[in-house]
Ligand binder design. Structure first.
Ligand code: NAD
Length: 497
């Protein structure tokens, strides 16, 4: 039996026009477990109309009442997250502990958004001019859209919608069609938490739904996360239609290792960050840049650890699950073949993995390529799979130069015991999220998440202060109350007196 995954509009499931459906697969078995509806432009317009209708009442609900719903949502999420983790594993393939981990990181954004009354406090200046007071306030935008990728079906939407909703906006989420069930689960949880219908809406679908969200005049802002070509397109299209846009794109995250680093700790970090979630993380480390002779000592330590990773069904006690689709697995395997052909040394070859799982799953084991150079496709492409490349650099200067020449700038980290070198790395490296002896430097919810260069289009990162800024607009109010003692005409330009 395959399940039908529908939209969520007006606080309930919504069956669209039935334009088309797409298969949803369990990557650990290769079995089609569901069919997700693909919204037509009309379906998407119906969802936007619902979000628009819900906006005035939601905006006008007191902050106390809005925030109480956020607290209830947080409590329900905390109690019931194992259910959500199972849904994620069944459609994405990542292990259950990893799925729980992504939910917990998303939950931290809900907790941050519970503090919205504090975050929305404005400023007030009394007597800026005689009897004139000035105050600043921030107000919600209206209906906003969130378009999310397959690799974090819960966490990435949770980077945005708690902040947007707490600030008084209504949200239309278009999740990835590859793992859509988490979005409906979250919508049901919102309903249980008491969120009014229309404040959180889900439109399932593909490019057709996204096009409508990017161009519809009633959508005031777009938060997108996905691959760089689509992020660039979303940014240019939605901003040309007058919307504010934050479009987070792909990545190629480098780990710079200096010869003085603790190599056991560094090898543990490289393996965890390179192969966690089968490398399908935008903050995965995909390139180790080894300075001097450190590669000769480090590569065997990484290879030994990577070879011990247990690959298999995410519901069993494995370390790493399958890739999301058969096509993606084949594409990643194709990069390994290209790297080999280009002269990289295949130290560990994931194409021969023996998984603990169904033979029809989309398996690929950890792969380690040494002697990779920047001209190889395996270096240039965002592979988004369990492939770790080792590039050798002569010096810290050369390593920083190589990393900064890469078109992506999401995350970067350095492993060293030298504080001066780490400080220089932090200062000079062109990436939005930097780790010092931390391989996956994902910012806490009260900081903001986002990269530089081709990893983010727009100027605003997700959650934290930048998230609040993105989902609100400022207003400055200058007021004078008539004072019978100070009347009379004055046609001169207002001056501060
Ligand atoms: P994707 O770009 O294929 O899809 C992302 C979303 O855009 C999906 O909802 C999809 O339906 C929609 N979409 C796809 N093609 C479209 C098109 N032509 N026009 C309009 N919409 C379209 O990305 P994915 O494969 O789902 O996710 C993996 C990518 O996301 C990787 O590149 C990864 O680095 C990136 N990612 C980035 C971050 C970050 O924070 N920078 C976080 C997670 C994932």
């Amino acid at each position: 039996m395959t399940k039908e995954i529908r939209h969520w509009v007006d606080g309930k499931e919504f069956t669209g026009s039935g334009r088309d459906t797409a298969p949803v697969t369990d990557p650990a078995t290769g079995e089609i477990t569901g069919r997700v509806q693909l919204a037509s432009a009309d379906d998407t317009r119906a969802a936007i109309a619902s979000a628009k209708a819900a906006f005035p009442a939601w905006r006008d609900l007191s902050l106390t009442k809005r925030t109480r719903i956020l607290f209830r949502f947080r409590e329900l999420l905390e109690q019931r997250k194992p259910e959500l983790a199972r849904l994620i594993t069944a459609e994405h393939g990542k292990t259950l502990p990893d799925a729980l981990g992504e939910i917990s990181r998303g939950q931290e954004v809900v907790e941050f958004a519970c503090g919205m009354p504090h975050l929305l406090k404005g400023a007030m200046t009394e007597n800026a001019s005689t009897s004139v007071d000035v105050s600043s306030i921030r107000q919600p935008l209206g209906p906003v859209a969130v378009v999310s990728p397959f690799n974090f079906p819960a966490m990435v939407p949770l980077w945005f919608f708690p902040v947007a909703i707490a600030a008084g906006n209504t949200v239309v989420l278009k999740p990835s069609e590859k793992d859509p069930s988490a979005s409906i689960w979250l919508a049901e949880l919102w309903a249980e938490a008491g969120l009014p219908p229309g404040v959180f809406t889900v439109v399932q679908g593909d490019r057709t739904a996204v096009e409508e969200l990017l161009t519809h005049p009633d959508i005031k802002a777009v938060s997108f996360v996905g691959s760089t070509p689509v992020a660039r397109y979303v940014y240019t299209t939605a901003s040309a239609h007058g919307k504010r846009v934050q479009a987070l794109g792909g990545a190629k995250n480098h780990m710079l290792v200096l010869p003085d680093a603790d190599l056991d700790i560094t090898a543990d970090a490289a393996v965890s960050a390179g192969f966690g979630s089968a490398g399908e993380r935008c903050m995965a480390v995909s390139v180790v840049v080894a300075v001097g002779d450190v590669a000769d000592r480090l590569v065997p330590l990484i290879a030994e650890r990577a070879a011990a990773i247990k690959v298999g069904d995410g519901t069993r006690s494995c370390d790493m699950g399958p890739l999301v689709t058969a096509e993606h697995r084949d594409r990643v395997a194709g990069y390994i073949a290209a790297g080999e052909k280009d002269g990289a040394a295949v130290v560990l070859d994931g194409r021969h993995v023996q998984p603990d799982g169904d033979a029809n799953g989309f398996w690929l084991g950890p792969t380690l390529l040494d002697h990779v150079t920047p001209t190889m496709s395996v270096y240039q492409a965002e592979i988004f799979g369990p492939v770790l490349a080792v590039v050798r650099a002569e010096s810290l200067d050369a390593a920083i130069g190589l990393i900064n020449a890469n078109p992506y700038g999401n995350g970067a980290c350095v492993f060293t015991r030298d504080g001066g070198a780490a400080r220089r790395f932090r200062h000079e490296i062109e990436a939005g999220m930097v780790g010092v002896n931390v391989p996956v430097p994902v910012p806490m919810a009260y900081y903001s998440f986002g990269g530089w260069k081709n990893s983010l289009f727009g100027d605003t990162h997700a959650h934290g202060a930048e998230g609040v800024h993105f989902f609100t607009r400022g207003k400055v109010v200058t007021s004078r109350w008539p004072d019978p003692a100070r009347g009379g005409l004055n046609l001169g330009f207002p001056q501060n007196d």
